[in-house]
Design a binder for this molecule. Structure first.
Ligand SMILES: *[C@@H]1O[C@H](CO)[C@@H](O)[C@H](O)[C@H]1NC(C)=O
Ligand SMILES: *[C@@H]1O[C@H](CO)[C@@H](O)[C@H](O)[C@H]1NC(C)=O
Ligand SMILES: *[C@@H]1O[C@H](CO)[C@@H](O)[C@H](O)[C@H]1NC(C)=O
Ligand SMILES: *[C@@H]1O[C@H](CO)[C@@H](O)[C@H](O)[C@H]1NC(C)=O
Length: 548
């Protein structure tokens, strides 16, 4: 009884690796490890459906109070959602790993029209912060992992960063409230690269904020993946920091506590489902359909609550039971995997919004939850090392169009408001020439070239473009490359296999996109245009050298 339950729970503590800096799947590793254990226990027990077996055992222990949770998490409670907004507001992660970014001012307008009151950034991009000035939107700026070593060794560097990237913008009415020092720096895939620099960097940034007189106004934090904690008992109450990083976590948590700063954690039920086919699907969602996990009389109906409260217990165990918690990333992707689709993403995100509405919190932390959806907009240049879904986390597409109905409780329409006044390129596409032969020896190298540089993550088993035939697949790849290169004629050659068409090849769920116009960042920097042109020139040169 004990062992299977433990293994089961470890599976339910899903985490997600963010591919920002290195592109990784550290948590994936954690999960395949637990999954292997789980499969072994399945084999040993010789039962048909072990997951449901264990769940039934768990439910036999569940308490009546569980039923009220089940009721209170029923969907479509608009008034409750509106209340949540009054309580804490919802945030969104705004990343910039796109070939064509929407202009920051258009994104800020979109944020405002959607009533999104907080954004979390992964750097301190000047134009982005400038656009946020005067918007009334709260900002968390980020320090990328590759800058940690510098800040760890130099308090001067930290002071310069605070002056240039915080103080300067505060004077322009940018509501910077948090500085995120690193991004998931303790992921196992980083092999401990940032273990020794995260705390000293955090300390130097805090000292720099204090020196700048901002100690009360701007709080430091370190967004961490939920894989920094685990549970020996398999239940939230057994939570503690991972043994190998325990001694590195304590000073960080203490510094946060000393400065009334929050702990930031990223929680990803999707990854549990992605990495383990035995994961009970309903437990990832908030509809109360999963058989609960019982922790000393407290019933957990979804992975989010259980995972969050494992952190609360871990903090409590180490003497920091009152440390505020921010959910830095939570969300669901819409493409690139069989479980990454619009239906699940809508169900998860709407379920989460309803779940946190009314400020009831989790069993261990009643009260409003401070959370940032992951993410605002799709990013077509994220590393796909974690999986093809990585470029599809947005609640909005690359062009600021909503992917599905989502009621954040903040708009009068009760649904997402699209970005306005988006400038697209011409209505034309690149496809495979109708008379080109599928068995042409140049087809395969052309497709792999296009997909290597552009984005083919919507192709494949149970994705939005899985309905395409071979010719459709090739055309999709060609078009992706052509659009990413701003519809340059040369980017639709493909050794004579490509041709430009004015007839939209979009079929069913498979969209052949038209790219938006490139955004050029402010003066004094290398513009997106010159960089892109350069890389295109290089790419084409290599292409022609190899294939022509
Ligand atoms: C401010 O932040 C930007 C973007 O993260 C970075 O490129 C720049 O170097 C930072 N300034 C300083 C002084 O570190
Ligand atoms: C971590 O170590 C593994 C195995 O030694 C190696 O394959 C991987 O590239 C390393 N990753 C980083 C980020 O150093
Ligand atoms: C829309 O964009 C055009 C051209 O970029 C600009 O002239 C116009 O003012 C914009 N309209 C709004 C409402 O932002
Ligand atoms: C289309 O491409 C996907 C991804 O490369 C592949 O899995 C699928 O088999 C292809 N379909 C056809 C009909 O070639």
């Amino acid at each position: 009884m004990f062992r299977p339950l433990l293994l089961f729970f470890l599976l339910l503590l899903g985490t997600r690796a963010n591919g920002w800096t290195l592109g990784n799947h550290g948590s994936g590793k954690v999960f395949s490890f637990f999954s292997r254990f789980w499969s072994e226990s399945v084999a040993n027990r010789d039962v048909d459906d072990p997951a449901s077996l264990n769940l039934d055992k768990v439910s036999a222990l569940s308490q009546p109070k569980a039923d009220s949770r089940r009721l209170s998490s029923s969907p479509a409670k608009t008034s409750a959602i509106s209340h949540a907004v009054a309580v804490g507001g919802i945030g969104a992660n705004w990343g910039s790993q796109s070939s064509h970014r929407l202009p920051p001012d258009k994104v800020v307008r979109m944020l405002r029209e959607n009533g999104i009151q907080k954004v979390k950034l992964f750097d301190a991009d000047y134009d982005t912060l400038k656009a946020l000035g005067g918007s009334g939107i709260e900002v968390m700026v980020g320090i990328p992992n590759d800058m940690l070593a510098n800040f760890a060794s130099s308090s001067k560097a930290a002071e310069k960063w605070v002056s240039q990237n915080v103080s300067h913008h505060l004077t322009s009415n940018v509501l910077i409230r948090y500085v995120a020092v690193g991004n998931e720096p303790f992921l196992e895939t980083y092999n401990g690269s940032f273990l020794r620099t995260t705390f000293p960097a955090l300390k130097n940034v805090q000292d720099a904020l204090t020196k700048a007189g901002l100690r009360n106004q701007v709080k430091v934090t370190v967004p961490l993946n939920a894989d920094v904690y685990t549970t020996a008992s398999g239940l939230p109450s057994g939570g503690d920091f991972r043994a190998d990083i325990h001694d590195f976590m304590i000073p960080i948590v203490k510094l946060l506590s000393d400065n009334a700063a929050p702990f930031t954690v990223n929680i990803y039920p999707f990854i549990s489902l992605y990495t383990d086919s035995n994961f009970p699907v309903e437990y990832a969602f908030f509809d109360g359909n999963a058989t609960p996990v019982n922790d000393g009389g407290t019933s957990y109906y979804n992975m989010f609550d259980a995972n969050h409260d494992t952190l609360v217990w871990a903090l409590q165990k180490n003497g920091f039971g009152n440390l505020p918690i921010i959910v830095g990333e939570i969300g669901w992707p819409t493409d690139g995997d069989k479980n990454a689709n619009v239906e699940y993403a809508q169900r998860f995100n709407q379920g989460f919004m309803t779940h946190i509405s009314g400020g009831k919190g989790t069993p261990m932390r009643p009260g409003p939850i401070n959370a940032y959806l992951f993410s605002l907009i799709d990013e077509d240049q994220k590393s796909i090392q974690p999986g093809n879904f990585e470029r599809h986390w947005g609640i909005f597409r690359y062009d600021g169009q909503p992917k599905y109905g989502l009621n954040l409780g903040t708009t009068s329409s009760g649904t997402l408001v699209p970005a306005r006044n988006v400038s697209y390129l011409d209505s034309k596409w690149c496809i495979m020439k109708p008379n080109a032969r599928l068995d042409d020896s140049q087809v395969a190298p052309s497709v792999s070239y296009a997909c290597g540089l552009a984005d083919c993550t919507a192709l494949g088993y149970q994705t939005s473009c899985s309905n395409l035939d071979a010719r459709g697949n090739i055309s999709y790849a060609f078009n992706s490359y052509y659009q990413q290169n701003n519809q340059l004629d040369e980017a639709c050659k493909f050794n004579g296999l490509g041709t430009i068409t004015r007839a939209d090849p979009t079929t069913g769920t498979c969209r052949f996109n038209i790219m938006i116009k490139a955004y050029y960042s402010g003066a004094g920097r290398i513009s997106g245009f010159s960089r892109k042109t350069l890389s295109l020139a290089l790419g084409l040169t290599i292409f022609f050298l190899i294939y022509l």
